[in-house]
Design a protein around this ligand. Structure first.
Ligand SMILES: [Zn+2]
Ligand SMILES: [Zn+2]
Length: 152
């Protein structure tokens, strides 16, 4: 991987840059991702928000659940980003909007309990029926720290 990744939406209004190493790259098959992307699944690239620059444009934010905010281009509708309400220090980008989508390598599948039946996974990567355990742990750690701060 080069020293940074760049990507953008279909119409070019939104451009972003990732300067740090992704902590997680995975396919999410959940029904919310499916509808949001209008595709069978979304491949997410998780990075620290410290390692991200929006070079151009601003995403429109949609709260797709109590714990999730999705960013998309207000002009062409391309889905760009996702942030867990409980983990605002991390942001996930859609690998499909990277200029070089092959610069990242997915490590596993999440929410395969919701995979559409006509999609057949045969890449041999680990499958999780729900959220990735690593992502769950990350959110739990952040929430715990938040609660501790709140209590003190
Ligand atoms: Zn656009
Ligand atoms: Zn999902």
């Amino acid at each position: 991987m080069s020293d940074h990744l760049e990507g953008g939406c279909l119409c070019g209004e939104i451009r972003y840059q990732i300067t740090g190493e992704p902590f997680e790259v995975y396919h999410c098959h959940c029904t919310i991702c499916r509808r949001a992307a209008a595709g069978a699944f979304i491949t997410w690239v998780g990075v620290s928000t410290d390692d991200v620059n929006f070079i151009q444009g601003a995403t429109k934010i949609y709260a797709s659940s109590a714990d999730g905010r999705r960013g998309f281009c207000p002009t062409c509708g391309a889905q760009i980003s996702f942030v867990f309400e409980s983990d605002p220090a991390s942001i996930y980008f859609t690998a499909a909007t990277l200029d070089d989508a092959e610069a990242v390598t997915p490590a596993c599948h999440g929410f395969t309990g919701e995979t559409v039946r006509w999609l057949h996974i045969d890449d041999g990567l680990p499958e999780h029926s729900g959220n990735l355990p690593s992502v769950d742990r990350k959110i739990a750690r952040v929430t715990e720290r938040g609660n501790e701060r709140g209590a003190s």
